[in-house]
Design a protein around this ligand. Structure first.
Ligand code: ADP
Length: 267
């Protein structure tokens, strides 16, 4: 029964995603059809010189459309959450090479891991995905380069802090924050940043799903996520994940990086 419920939730989420993707996909198809029409007209007019340009435009749109459906399929294939006692520090330091490669040479990376960090109860693969997504957003916000800091900590949210976060409970949390020295967000962008399909990036570069997936991950883990940002101030995104009281499970030491690399390769 629990499996059926998970499946139902997954189908609902896919349904919501599909609506938005269908819209973007349709726009891309309209561009492809337009280019093909123009190609036919030019061929009829005996002007083959212009045909190549339209063919290139059609190819570019088709590639963007394919990237969009790949994202949807990757989402649909996503494993249901498998929460387990997780040590965030080794998980994050284990991502250092991947992060450096992702960020490129213009972005300085600093990892600040709190000593005696509590264990957290969450899906470690999803945590890795979240950190990688946040790092990609930070990189995109720092085209001229800058500094990215990923910091962990033990945090106690009191009732007032908790009330500021819709649905959050007071209590002990492991925090993972990702800060950049990038463009920052206007209040309008910050207010909509978690909305599925909200993106300020050019078509084909942003799906607007990164932060909404992180929001979903935080909620399903019974934690929360917060954005502190301002234009010209840079951005800090902080995840709070519930503290796990007890011992680490043996698997949690082995990180899920294998799966992440496979996902990055698209297999
Ligand atoms: P995407 O990255 O595909 O646009 P996200 O849901 O991850 O989707 O982000 C939504 C929007 O929030 C981005 O398009 C961008 O405008 C804004 N944003 C996210 N992270 C940052 C950041 N670190 N700095 C500035 N703006 C950001």
């Amino acid at each position: 029964a629990e499996e059926q419920l998970l499946q139902a939730q997954k189908m609902e989420a896919i349904g919501q995603l599909t609506g938005g993707i269908a819209h973007d996909f349709n726009n891309l198809l309209t561009g492809i059809i337009g280019s093909l029409d123009l190609m036919q007209t030019r061929i009829r007019q005996g002007r083959s010189d212009a045909v190549e340009r339209y063919a290139r435009a059609a190819t570019a749109s088709a590639n963007r459309a394919a990237a969009l459906t790949h994202r949807l399929l990757a989402f649909a294939r996503r494993q249901p959450l498998a929460p387990q006692p997780t040590a965030a520090n080794p998980l994050i330091t284990g991502m250092e090479d991947l992060l450096r490669r992702t960020l490129g040479e213009r972005v300085q990376l600093a990892l600040i891991t709190a000593p005696d960090l509590w264990l957290t109860l969450c899906d470690p693969h999803q945590l890795e995905n979240a950190v990688l997504n946040l790092a990609i957003n930070a990189r995109d916000a720092m085209p001229e380069g800058g500094r990215l800091v990923i910091e962990t900590g033990n945090t106690h949210l009191d009732a007032v802090d908790a009330r500021l976060q819709a649905g959050a409970k007071a209590g002990p949390y492991v925090s993972v924050s990702v800060s950049d020295t990038g463009t920052g967000m206007s209040p309008e962008v910050a207010a909509r940043a978690f909305d599925p399909f909200f993106t300020t990036k050019p078509l084909g570069q942003g799906t607007g799903l990164g932060l909404s997936m992180i929001y979903g991950f935080a909620q399903q883990s019974e934690g929360h996520v917060r954005i502190d940002s301002g234009l010209g101030r840079g951005t800090t995104v902080t995840l709070h994940l519930p503290r796990h009281h007890g011992l680490a499970s043996p698997e949690s030491a082995a990180s899920g990086l294998g799966a992440l690399h496979r996902a990055a390769r698209g297999d």
